[in-house]
Design a protein around this ligand. Sequence first.
Ligand SMILES: [Zn+2]
Length: 129
Amino acid sequence: MLDIMDLHTHTLASGHAYNTLYELAQTASKRGVTLLGCSDHGPAMPGSCHFWHFKNFKVIPRTVFGVKIMMGAELNITDYEGSVDMDQELLESLDYSIASLHTHVLKAALPFRTPTPAWEPLKIQPSIL
Ligand SMILES: [Zn+2]
């Protein structure tokens, strides 16, 4: 199978990944990936990106090593109602976004709540945390 896109990637700006955007694009190019999305973590993730990281995406070239680049975010779901850690205006300035449940973000926001059915997939596959 040939992967033609990868939309869930993190750069060293996320605080727990170790490559630059250019290194990711270079590897994507070598592997035949034609669309690379950068989805660094939203600000609620400890050590991750702040507001200006996302606000300054206009300076990023949209093609690197022949790979089309989309700049987005992996949002943190911060409560049981589906709120995320980015305001609407900034969210709309991104090329795209994905959202995930990260236990340490959710536990920090709501330490005394009982888990809801939204947690069930995480119990089955804890590695997605
Ligand atoms: Zn991720």
